[in-house]
Each structure stands twice: as C-alpha cells, then as structure tokens.
Design a protein around this ligand. Structure first.
Ligand SMILES: [Zn+2]
Ligand SMILES: [Zn+2]
Length: 143
C-alpha cells in the first residue's frame, strides 16, 4: 500500500505539485500495477472522488508521464495504458484477453549505452513489447 505521504513525496521529487487529485491518481497506479487505461482509472476513482472529471484524469496522466513519474504504454493500438512502475522492464500482452504483465528485462540486453555512443544520441524511453497468449488463455484454448 502506498501511503499518501509517500505518494506526495514521490510527486514532489518529480517537481509535480501534489494536488489532491494527482495524489489519488498516482496512488491508484502504485496500488494497481495492472497497467490500467485512463478510463479504467477514472471509473475506479470517481467512485471515491465524485467530482473527478475524465479531462482531469487525462490531463494528470499526461502531466505525470511528461515529468517521468509514470510510463505511457503504447502496447495496445486502441488505447494507452499507464504504469506507475518506471524502472526499465518489458511488457507482455495477451492477444486473447488483453492482459498486460510485466516481464523482467536485462538492461544489458537493451544496449542503451552502446547505442547512444554508436549513434551519438540520448535515449530517454525504451518500450519492449511481447505479444502472445497468457498462461490461462494458452491452456483454455490449447494454443
Ligand atoms: Zn489471456
Ligand atoms: Zn509495467
């Protein structure tokens, strides 16, 4: 469980003013590491914060990701998903149920430093996606 105090500190570390709604959204992402969409976050939070608008959720998510506090995942071509876990890791998405899970990835495999040197560039974001069938779907459909 992420405490309000810790979430507040986390936002402050990213130079984000910790408003009540920003704390609620960030805390939700910490506590629900299932890569929710903006709509899913809104539906979950509007139950406890009835005044929370969809626009605020969208704006907050875009602010948080621009500041580097969260990651915006483009693994699903229909909608963006959000991740409060920002350390380098890969994602796997099930073709059948759409579930997105974290997959550990070795930083050496990504060769970020050598790529930066080779091309004289700075890499600020890496998204590694795997797609296929999750354990449940694989068994259910005998893939
Ligand atoms: Zn599945
Ligand atoms: Zn993730």
């Amino acid at each position: 469980m992420a405490s309000i105090e810790k979430t507040k500190q986390y936002l402050t570390d990213f130079k984000i003013h910790p408003s009540f709604q920003r704390i609620a959204i960030m805390k939700y992402l910490f506590e629900n590491p299932v890569h929710p969409t903006a709509d899913e976050i809104h539906t979950a939070l509007v139950a406890v914060i009835p005044t929370l608008s969809k626009t605020t959720v969208y704006n907050t998510l875009s602010l948080l990701s621009q500041a580097g506090a969260i990651k915006e995942l483009t693994i699903d071509e229909k909608q963006l998903h959000y991740d409060g876990y920002i350390r380098e890791h890969a994602h796997f998405r099930c073709n059948n149920c759409g579930k997105i899970i974290d997959v550990a990835i070795d930083n050496d495999t990504l060769k970020i430093e050598s790529l930066e040197k080779e091309h004289n560039i700075i890499i600020t974001d890496t998204q590694v996606f795997y797609k296929g069938y999750c354990n449940e779907c694989k068994n259910k459909f005998n893939y």
